[in-house]
Design a protein around this ligand. Structure first.
Ligand code: HEC
Ligand code: HEC
Ligand code: HEC
Length: 110
């Protein structure tokens, strides 16, 4: 019985650690603050709900790097189909080129 509890405890702690490791991105909100058109928030929850796997973005579109030292994103690259633009092109997700959609990413009120 003691042995069983020990194993149960071990399994629980593994699940807990794995759970927190995988919970990071769906709870992850990254803010790009270049500021020219208001900050852009990337919501991990929205993208997880869309059913995207890590490999849809990492490492091909976004190498794992701290946001602070990360790649520089701009609209020219997005319009050319890089970074967010690999999906936000009107086929996989709403188009970044449509003026109605700027506000979906850019919080112009901030
Ligand atoms: C899918 C999300 C998304 C959409 C839609 C989008 N943007 Fe952006 N935009 C970004 C990101 C990410 C950056 C980089 C911000 C940073 O690094 O701080 C950016 C940067 C910018 C910048 C500053 C850099 C540059 O390229 O000059 C401007 C200006 C800009 N966007 C204008 C627009 C306009 C206008 C629209 C609508 C036609 C638009 N954006 C739609 C995500 C988006
Ligand atoms: C829809 C695209 C997308 C998906 C799917 C995605 N990520 Fe990310 N992730 C990003 C973006 C964008 C960044 C910021 C990159 C940058 O600033 O250079 C990022 C950054 C990260 C970072 C660095 C965080 C930091 O603070 O620098 C980690 C770690 C990460 N992602 C893990 C994951 C894991 C694990 C998964 C899957 C469970 C995942 N991501 C799924 C887009 C995505
Ligand atoms: C691998 C594909 C993929 C990439 C890369 C990606 N997205 Fe998305 N994004 C989606 C999908 C799919 C949705 C949900 C469907 C939709 O809204 O068109 C979504 C939804 C969103 C929404 C929610 C809009 C709303 O009003 O509900 C925002 C904001 C957004 N993405 C911003 C970004 C930004 C900023 C980046 C780059 C840092 C990015 N996305 C990169 C696929 C992607």
């Amino acid at each position: 019985m003691k042995r069983f509890s020990a194993i149960l405890l071990l399994v629980c702690s593994i699940l807990f650690v794995a759970g927190t490791a995988f919970a990071v991105p769906s709870g992850m909100n990254l803010t790009f603050k270049d500021g020219k058109l208001g900050p852009v928030t990337f919501s991990g929850a929205v993208h997880a709900k869309a059913g995207l796997k890590c490999s849809a973005c990492h490492p091909s579109l976004f190498p794992f790097m701290p946001a602070a030292t990360g790649v520089k994103i701009n609209m020219k690259k997005i319009y050319a189909g890089k970074y967010c633009g690999a999906c936000h092109n009107g086929s996989k997700a709403f188009s970044a080129k449509d003026p109605k959609n700027c506000i979906k990413c850019h919080n112009v009120m901030k």
